[in-house]
Design a protein around this ligand. Sequence first.
Ligand code: ADP
Length: 574
Amino acid sequence: MEILLTPQILGMLIDQGYTYALARSELYSDDGFETIRLSPMKEKPQLPELPNGYQTFYKLTHEPLQMLSSGENTRLLVDMEPQIDLFSTDCDDRYFRYSEAFFEQVLESIQDYAVYTTTRNGEINSWNSGAEHLFNYAKYEILGLGCSILFTDEDKSNKLPQFLLETALQNGKVITEEFHCGKDGMLFWAKSIVFPLFDEQNRHQGFTHIIHNLEEKKKSQNNAIEAMSLASNIIETSKEPVVILNQNLSIKKANKSFYELFQLNEEESSEKNFYTLTPGLDQKHLEHLFNEILPQQHDCKNFELRYMSPSGKSRILVIHAKRAISALDNCIVDILSIEDITDERTLQQEKDDFISIATHELKTPITVIKASAQVLQRVNIEGASPMVKKYLQKIEEQAEKLIQLAALLLDVSHIRSDKLALNFEEFDLSDLVAETVEDFRMLQKKHDIKIEELCACTVNADKVKITQVLTNLLSNAIKYSPETNSIIVRVFPDPISQTVTVSVQDFGIGIPFEEQNKIFKRFSRTNLVGEKNISGSGLGLYISAEIVRKHKGQIWFESEQNKGAKFFFSIPAK
Ligand code: ADP
């Protein structure tokens, strides 16, 4: 087995009594190196009787090695015959001091770092696999070359490699960051540490170089900087006030709208605590956001907050908040986007007030119109033509529609002002469903309403309001299945959730998938009903959902366009 002669191997051979070495030299092998092969001997060889192929012999001391190995393009190999036991058990400590195998194992295990050693002059004489990987030079390509090959041309011309070696020798080590140059001119940013190496007699023998590639770190730092600058621009251009707070609630970044909203001066605000900067905010409520919601959920939407501006105006703010980790410095930050909804709220309130007043005012005249039409129909108007009778009938029908619309609008305004009152009583839901279905059967003959399942189940609920929900579902089932006539009703309890569910199924036009998420919203109607000219207000399901919610129940549906719809509502059973 042949191994490269290093100062460690040499020291070890001398320690074991190998003080001579036969030498044969191969001039300029394929790779351009002169290889000198040494065969260690304990006895001094006799010059005239050298074994075949050996041209000379050396006395092994530290000095000649230093001289030879520092020669350019010379490689010294030792023929380790089996009897040469470098690792004999009685020299355990020397194993650790000298064993190249041991050091190699250690160095090879450091994959993420390039570790190489150089002579005093900077010629590379060991190269670990981390170095192979990082610089892309194989061991055989690089051993014996000056380490300046690993530096950029600019650093070479500035004599940086020599400077690093000299500084390391002077100061015990040198740590720098610079571009390094791998095979084929590949450049990468790396951190390098250079230590001087001394032998047992404390003579300077060379240097250890440890290189850590920072390219990935630099790239991710650059990405983080880029992302930060992008985020900064987004925040800056956002119309809404946005602020990023550090963990101590000081401002890390805020946009112009934020400073405008709270009438703050940017320079004076830095470093100051958010609470101190915004005394007009409901601080107790804000503490709930920072101390309870964000630590637990990391995310919070529509957090409503009252704000008294410095000029004494009361505002309503909505905060969307997110707790995140800043990519740049790994610190926790809270991002708040603030919306001032005062004007929107006022407008909404005015609209709700208008609807409420208008419906109140309309209710009485409409009722009077309807009653008058009924009276006129009943009294026998002399000579009244069939046309008069027909129009009186129309007046009554349309007045009834207006009364129903006014009632819906009143319900909406009660819901909006949280004044929808319920009168709870105990009753059997199956009886109520049977009665309501019977009323519907009497009122219209076109649709065949079947009750397929009817389980007796007592509930504690508002009978009038639950009838309203059921009536809405049944009239929708009739209205939205103009070309089919089957409607199926079921009442079934769920013992596990202790609820009772009512379902109303039709086989009509159905609800298109893309519109399904909106139909419980106020004034919401599908495009399909518009196309088919089926009239309605878009309020029934909104009110039904609110009534069911107030009963701590649930309302939902299953539907496919042109295949019909099946609406369910469930409320707690008694
Ligand atoms: P309205 O029926 O007065 O428009 P609703 O709030 O009761 O108001 O219903 C909202 C919308 O939901 C309806 O306009 C219709 O588009 C859709 N919808 C409700 N029930 C059904 C049903 N059974 N089949 C198909 N579409 C329905």
